[in-house]
Design a protein around this ligand. Sequence first.
Ligand code: 3PY
Ligand code: MG
Length: 256
Amino acid sequence: MSSVQQFAADLKAGQSIFTHWCGIPHPSIAGLLAREPGFGAVVVDLQHNPADFAMALQAIPLVAAAGKPCVVRIPVGEFQTASRLLDAGASGIIAPMINSVEDARRFVEFTKFPPLGGRSWGPVGALALTGLAPTEYFRTANDFSVTFAMIETREALDAIDDILAVDGIDGIFIGPSDLSIGLSGGTVLDPLSPAVDAALDHAGARARAAGKFAGAYTGTGERAADNVRRGFGFVAIGSDTAFLKAGAAALRKGAG
Ligand code: 3PY
Ligand code: MG
């Protein structure tokens, strides 16, 4: 089975997958990090980073060449881009700011083939990377193209059960920074706050009850381990820029 398809299979098997989070706009960074032991996936972030669609298109096969799945976070509401990234061989899509059942349904419309959604046919890169015949890809892609609806507002948290119940939404993904802003009425940015911790407990439990996947962004290995204990199967640790800064500080240490 190709790494494109393996991602969903590993999540279904209950494996905990730690992922890189890449935003530097050069695909070689994603390809290099994909080979780092201890990380099972690479996310390319198109929402808040200079990485763009062309960079993601090049990162997907480089990550696949390392035997890892590539997942992409799209900009808010750019669901058409999600279809194109799945066509290119992304294993999953993270959609930010999914605040309602309507948002979730629209996301599914562009990421799942009929009858579940309305994804249009044309998986040129995905056929090459999976090695599947077109009919086989069409028959199975809805199962292995993983959709994560980001829960990162109070509105989304209130609607979490309804969002999880949407056919074609495979899981949720928590954005702790935006969630901290939302839960504090727009007054506090603190992804480590007790309110965010309580929301993570709740969201993990609701995803489990719905039989769907739970993912989250974290800034450190310790926070990632907390989320694995909460039942999160897909957890980002830091980012490519955070690695650079941490590496520079660590190597500079002791130089006087
Ligand atoms: C958030 O914390 O809001 C995120 O979207 C993580 O990148
Ligand atoms: Mg966010």
